[in-house]
Write a protein that binds this ligand. Structure first.
Ligand code: PA5
Length: 460
């Protein structure tokens, strides 16, 4: 169950200069929003629209295939190592961190119900990779390499290193230690997988990396680690049905999209902070930052005008970052909107012992850490309002698979709607491709010679 509270963006709460006349704006934009929602739903099955992520909640076949493979391999591996960058890694990381027991990889096997430890490698830092290779027994490791294009230099370098090591340790048997998630027909990884005979999963057409968490990209690592992906997908499906409502008054993704759009374009709040009050949700912020940044940071709008727009997303963690960032959010430039994520009920309760009773910290004794973190969240929210800083709150009753499906899918739809309000292509990433192509050129990939010469000149 997910709830959305937008009281603190109202002009009557944070002042005319910083706040919105929400009811009036909802009424003004009701038709525009209704058109956007029907349009997204009617375009979603058309090839080339990159809206197939809106169908992932209904892909029973993928869920079945993923569960079958996870069941077949259960007990065979001590470790799962996921290789991938950006959208190929962040969704899986966010949901694993949320749903697996804290410190999962450090727990003994029986405390993990004999499910494997899970590692995500999403960089090409030689020290990190060497460190991980020192740690993992490759004979007990399953490698899930994920890349839609099949050619991302970072992912494919990681994969080449792992494939080489696996083959020298395991001989021909190495093939059973690799599962590739990639495009169904094209790309170098698809070609290699076919030639070498790897088990593969498909990233469906028209699903971009940052919208792929509910495809095999996210579902496979989650299922391998024992997460109930059916509950997750049920959350997605139920949220999708709720968000088909074209009336903004009953559509929380549309409400938050419009709020952020107006905050940026009318009130100069072009920095968006994602701040969950739950350590288990800390990578949701990383996932959101990528979703928001790659989707909304664009040079041109759909009419070809140079716009250079995009609100800047920032990640924060409550209560930790109260002691790092909140000073800036309260007293620095009033150019931000804060998104809190609250968890009503934690899985466990932790009481602070009644000690040091006659000292200044005695008041904490007998209270729970649960009430402390929620008091911190309330206190931060009220302080922000005192300083006239707009903020919204998304609450879930518990961190579970169903709610994670709801939360991440709601944020995806919100992104698609605000992209339409900005009149931009939410689903391309020319700025990322540019840097990828320059990397290929600098690393000597065939076909990039001209680019390499130009880069060398620029760099000298
Ligand atoms: O969201 C995106 O499209 C990107 O972040 C990609 O996921 C990332 O660049 C990795 O691309 P690929 O999956 O092709 O290796």
């Amino acid at each position: 169950m997910l709830e959305f509270d937008a009281q603190n963006v109202k002009a009557e709460i944070v002042g005319e200069e910083n706040g919105l006349n929400l009811e009036e704006e909802f009424n003004n934009y009701n038709d525009t929003i209704a058109k956007i929602i029907s349009d997204l739903n009617s375009r979603k099955d058309k090839p080339g629209q990159w809206l197939q992520w809106m169908n992932l909640g209904y892909s029973e076949e993928t869920v079945w295939l993923v569960k079958e493979y996870a069941a077949m391999t259960q007990g065979m591996f001590e470790n799962v190592l996921v290789l991938g960058l950006g959208g190929s890694a962040l969704g899986g990381m966010a949901v694993c961190e949320a749903l697996l027991k804290p410190y999962w990889n450090m727990l003994p096997a029986e405390k993990r119900n004999n499910y494997p430890r899970i590692f995500f490698l999403d960089n090409v830092d030689p020290d990190e990779i060497n460190g991980l290779l020192d740690l993992l027994d490759l004979k007990k490791t399953l490698v899930n390499v994920i890349t839609k294009s099949g050619s991302t230099a970072e992912t494919m370098s990681q994969f080449m290193i792992l494939k080489d090591r696996l083959e020298s340790e395991l001989g021909d048997n190495y093939v059973r230690h690799i599962v590739a998630t990639t495009d169904k027909n094209v790309g170098i990884l698809r070609q290699i997988s076919n030639e070498e005979g790897y088990k593969t999963f498909v990233i469906p057409d028209d699903v971009g990396g940052r919208f792929s968490v509910f495809s095999a990209v996210g579902l496979l690592p989650l299922a391998l680690a024992g997460i109930d992906i059916e509950d997750l997908v049920q959350g997605v499906k139920d949220m999708d049905l709720a968000l088909k409502n074209t009336d903004i008054h009953h559509n929380i993704a549309a409400q938050n999209a419009l709020i952020h759009y107006l905050m940026d374009t009318k009130k100069g709040k072009n920095i968006v902070v994602m701040m969950p009050y739950s350590s288990r949700l800390k990578y949701v912020s990383d996932w959101f930052v990528q979703l928001w940044a790659e989707s909304l940071g664009k040079e041109y709008d759909n009419s070809g005008n140079k716009v250079n727009i995009g609100p800047t997303p920032l990640k924060a963690l409550g209560a930790t970052d109260q002691h790092s960032q909140i000073q800036l959010y309260n007293e620095g430039p009033n150019n931000k909107i804060i998104n809190f994520i609250r968890v009503k009920e934690f899985d466990t309760t932790l009481e602070i012992p009644k000690i040091f009773e006659f000292t200044g910290v005695g008041y904490l004794g007998g209270k729970t850490v649960n009430s402390l973190i929620n008091a911190e969240a309330d206190a931060t929210k009220v302080a922000l309002v005192d300083y006239k800083r707009p903020n919204v709150t998304i609450s879930i009753d518990k961190v579970n698979a169903y709610n994670m499906g709801q939360l991440l899918y709601m944020l995806e739809v919100q992104t698609a709607i605000i992209g339409e309000l900005y009149n931009i292509n939410t689903f391309n990433q020319p700025g990322v491709e540019q840097a990828k192509n320059y990397t290929y050129a600098l690393m000597g990939r065939a076909g990039y010679e001209e680019s390499a010469a130009m880069l060398k000149e620029k760099m000298s």
